[in-house]
Design a protein around this ligand. Structure first.
Ligand SMILES: C[S@@+](CC[C@H](N)C(=O)[O-])C[C@H]1O[C@@H](n2cnc3c(N)ncnc32)[C@H](O)[C@@H]1O
Length: 246
């Protein structure tokens, strides 16, 4: 049996794109157990039962996903759209359950198009079911895609309505851990097909227990050198950096 299928035997990893599983196998010298552990850390851990089954109110779903649970969507969107003029679309890279926050997004951004790109097939299905049930499917859509597939992502961005605002909420760590230094190239390429980017970093560890001092100075330096930083602030355990092209 091929190693990719072997890794994917586990329920929570079954619907990841093969390209991502392959990357994990490369990082772990083809060790199935280690690949699973790596993938669980960056993908599977977010799939709580409630998220998988799509049960509960949107507030409950947003609260059960590990990276969005501390987030107050009203506050974060209020802050983001304070300085950002009218946008036509929001393209959310590594969306997690953010699609369920569309009603908050609409409150501050107006009736924007929303595109969520996510590796976890279950999350994409849940997101699209939600959009359908709410009659939002003409303006909102989830895509099951690997962010490493930059050319596909850029195609989607090209088709999106301007002004395009890209979210990269707490996704850099996953990219870096599957391929070191990929995120720099990624941000540069995405910026070519977008007008404004909001990148966030968690300032607490995944378990939320210990405060971890990831200063991630490399990203600050990189963004300052290559982009125009419009705002950089902290909100509920999350550092939020808003930038556009120089
Ligand atoms: C820490 S979670 C953040 C989710 C959401 N952006 C948020 O902040 O609430 C990272 C998300 O990015 C997705 N992700 C990570 N690497 C990815 C990749 N290469 N392609 C697509 N999605 C990816 C994971 O499946 C996960 O849902």
């Amino acid at each position: 049996m091929n190693l990719i299928n072997e890794v994917k035997k586990k329920k929570e990893l079954r619907y990841l794109p093969d390209s991502i599983v392959k990357r994990a196998l490369n990082r772990t010298h083809n060790n199935v157990k280690d690949s699973r552990a790596l993938l669980r850390k960056y993908f599977g851990v977010f799939l709580t039962n409630r998220v998988l089954k799509g049960k509960g109110s949107i507030e409950e779903i947003l609260k059960t996903h590990i990276s969005s649970k501390k987030r107050n969507y009203e506050s974060i969107y209020r802050e983001i759209f304070k300085i950002t003029e009218i946008v036509g679309s929001v393209i959310d890279l590594g969306a997690g359950v953010n699609g369920f926050s569309y009603k908050y997004l609409r409150e501050f951004a107006g009736p924007v198009e929303y595109i969520g790109i996510e590796a976890s097939g279950q999350l994409v299905d849940q997101m699209n079911n939600y959009f359908k049930n709410e009659g939002l499917e003409t303006s909102c859509k989830g895509f099951h895609l690997d962010l490493f597939n930059i050319s596909e992502i850029k195609k989607i961005l090209r088709k999106s309505t301007k002004k395009r605002l890209v979210f990269m909420f707490q996704v850099i760590d996953a990219l870096e851990n599957l391929q070191k230094n990929f995120s720099k190239e990624f941000i540069i390429e995405i910026a070519k097909e977008s007008e404004i980017i909001v990148l966030t970093l968690s300032t607490t560890s995944l378990s939320g227990r210990k405060k971890f001092q990831v200063k991630r100075t490399w990203i600050t330096r990189f963004l300052e050198e290559n982009f125009n930083i419009k705002r950089d602030f902290n909100l509920n355990g999350e550092r939020i950096i808003i930038f556009d092209k120089k």
